[in-house]
Design a protein around this ligand. Structure first.
Ligand code: ATP
Length: 283
C-alpha cells in the first residue's frame, strides 16, 4: 500500500468549562466533546524524499507551520522512516473556528502513517504521541462523545450521542484562541455547565435536557465583542434548535435539533453572506 485516504472529522463542544489557569499558562478545562460528520479529507502517500504538505486553502501554511507536517515529522523521526511522505489536505472545515480543524488533520496523519508503514501502534500509543502535538489531537484520534479534562488531554469515553441534527454556523470573523483565553476572567463567570447533568442527559438519550444545559464559559469573552455570536444563537433557537452555544473559542456556533426537518429548514433560513453554514450531525 502506497497511499491512504482519511476522513478527518471536526469537533464541537457540547459544554466547555474552564476550571483554573495553570502556572504554565495553560488552562484546566472540563468539556464534553463530540466529533461531527463535517470533515477534511487527508491523503497520505509514500512519495519522493522528505516531507511535503499541500492544501487547497491558501490561508493554511504548507511547511513546518502546518500541524499535519509536524505530526509527520515526529512519526518519521521516532520510527526511523526514510521514505518521503506527501500529505494532501482537502480543507472543508472552517479554519481557526473552534472546530479543531488543524488538530484533526494532525490526528489523521498519525493514523495514516501508522497504517501506511505498518507500525502496529495501538490507539492509546497514537494518542500519547498526539498529546505532544496539541491538546485536542488525542480527542481527534479517538472521536465520538468524550469527556475531556486536564488541558483537554485526559479523555473519558461517554456513550455515543443518539441521532441529532446539527446546524453549524461560522461567522466570517477572526477570533484568536489566545486572545479569548487571555481575556477570560474566571471570577466573572456567572453561568457554568453542570457537566454531570450533561453526561446524565447523554446517558438517558435525552437531547432536550442536553441541549438546554449546554454552556460554554468562553462566550463571556467573545459575545461582548462579537454580537454576531449572540445573534446566531438566538436565530437558531427561534428556528427550533433545542439549544445553541459557541464551539471552543469560537467563533463557530451550533444548534442541536431533535427534529431533522426543522434542522433542514433552519439551514435554509440561516444562509447569509456574513457566515458559512453547514447541516451536519454527530458522528
Ligand atoms: P481549536 O478548536 O483546536 O482551537 P481551531 O479550529 O480554532 O482549533 P484551526 O483550524 O486548527 O483552529 O487553526 C488554527 C491555526 O492553525 C490557523 O491559524 C492555521 O493557519 C494554523 N494551521 C496549521 N495547520 C493547519 C491545518 N492543517 N488546518 C488548519 N489550520 C492549520
Amino acid at each position: 500500500m502506497d497511499f491512504i485516504k482519511i476522513k478527518a472529522k471536526a469537533k464541537i463542544n457540547l459544554s466547555l468549562d474552564v476550571k483554573a489557569k495553570r502556572p504554565d499558562g495553560y488552562h484546566d478545562v472540563c468539556m464534553v466533546m463530540q466529533s461531527i460528520a463535517l470533515h477534511d479529507v487527508v491523503y497520505v502517500e509514500k512519495a519522493g524524499r522528505g516531507l511535503e504538505v499541500t492544501c487547497n486553502n491558501p490561508k493554511i501554511p504548507v511547511g513546518s507551520g502546518n500541524i499535519a507536517y509536524r505530526a509527520a515529522q515526529i512519526m518519521t523521526e521516532k520510527y526511523g522512516i526514510d521514505d518521503g511522505i506527501k500529505i494532501t489536505i482537502d480543507k472543508r472545515i472552517p479554519v481557526a473556528a473552534g472546530l479543531a480543524g488543524g488538530s484533526t488533520d494532525a490526528a489523521a496523519v498519525l493514523k495514516g502513517i501508522n497504517t501506511l508503514f505498518s507500525l502496529g501502534l495501538a490507539q492509546y500509543e497514537l494518542m500519547d504521541i498526539g498529546k505532544s502535538i496539541g491538546a485536542d489531537v488525542p480527542f481527534c484520534i479517538k472521536g465520538g462523545t468524550v469527556l475531556a479534562e486536564g488541558i483537554g488531554e485526559i479523555l473519558t469515553e461517554l456513550v455515543p450521542l443518539p441521532e441529532v441534527s446539527i446546524v453549524l454556523v461560522t461567522p466570517k470573523i477572526d477570533v484568536s484562541t489566545a486572545w479569548v483565553y487571555n481575556n477570560l476572567d474566571l471570577n466573572a463567570i456567572k453561568s457554568r455547565p453542570d457537566t454531570c447533568v450533561i453526561i446524565n442527559a447523554i446517558e438517558k438519550r435525552d437531547i432536550d435536557m442536553l441541549a438546554k444545559n449546554m454552556v460554554n464559559v468562553l462566550e463571556t469573552v467573545t459575545v461582548s465583542k462579537y454580537r454576531i455570536i449572540e445573534e446566531i444563537k438566538n436565530r437558531l433557537v427561534s428556528l427550533g434548535a433545542a439549544g445553541s452555544i459557541m464551539s471552543g473559542s469560537g467563533p463557530s456556533v451550533f444548534g442541536v435539533f431533535t427534529d431533522a426537518k426543522k434542522a433542514e429548514n433552519a439551514y435554509d433560513e440561516m444562509k447569509d453572506d456574513r457566515w458559512d453554514c453547514f447541516l451536519t450531525h454527530a458522528e
